[in-house]
Write a protein that binds this ligand. Sequence first.
Ligand code: ADP
Ligand code: ADP
Length: 223
Amino acid sequence: MIEIQGVTKRYGPRTAVEDVSLTAAPGRVTGFLGPNGAGKSTTLRVLLGLDRPTAGRALVDGVPYRDLRRPLRTVGAMLDGAGAVPERRGVDHLRWIAQTHRIPARRIEEVLDVVGLTDAARARVRTYSLGMRQRLGLAAALLGEPRVLVLDEPVNGLDPEGIRTVRTFLRDYAAQGNTVLLSSHLMGETAQTVDDVVVIDRGRVVTSGPLEEVTAGHAGLED
Ligand code: ADP
Ligand code: ADP
């Protein structure tokens, strides 16, 4: 369960997000949708404790991210690609995270299989396409078998088949009782993945609710 309550974030005189509130519930895929620059990444960074909010708070299962006892076992996150060192091999990136967070090594083969990177795991990250980097980021997010997944633009750079694969995976993951929050600037595409929608524009939430209700009131959401 994710609860973002009245989060405002200013960078100097610039307001990135203003009084943003949203809930992402277990068993559902929640889409955080809005154009580039709307404030999605800023909100997710606050949620993950990477940025301190100017006002408001963000909770995962009732506590701020930084207070989670075993963060990677609770929240799997993918922001802005994999964040992997280009000269490292994909599998070593995952090994390093697993060791740092005391996650059993057997999980590495499991998550590589889930994202379809088993064959490429021994190649260096610098040789990866954007889609492969995205898949490595998703694999890293899944290592700790988290109850909550937070993904910033997870299908960027994937081909249509890759998008379908990720979509099916995320729907199954949520159906097992997990919470999935994903951001996207592609509204029409994401509509096929999500149960609930939060639309943000120029730093403010403009509408939110179950997909059917939100699209009924906003025909323009289909891109
Ligand atoms: P989105 O993820 O929806 O594309 P962002 O959260 O990245 O939007 O950006 C929201 C706004 O905040 C933009 O106007 C952006 O320029 C600004 N912003 C984001 N991060 C910073 C930062 N570190 N310093 C200054 N402004 C920032
Ligand atoms: P490219 O190397 O041309 O950029 P991608 O790396 O985006 O291609 O994807 C290659 C193939 O891997 C896709 O056609 C798709 O079948 C599969 N794929 C992509 N992303 C995922 C994912 N997250 N999980 C599982 N399979 C994926």
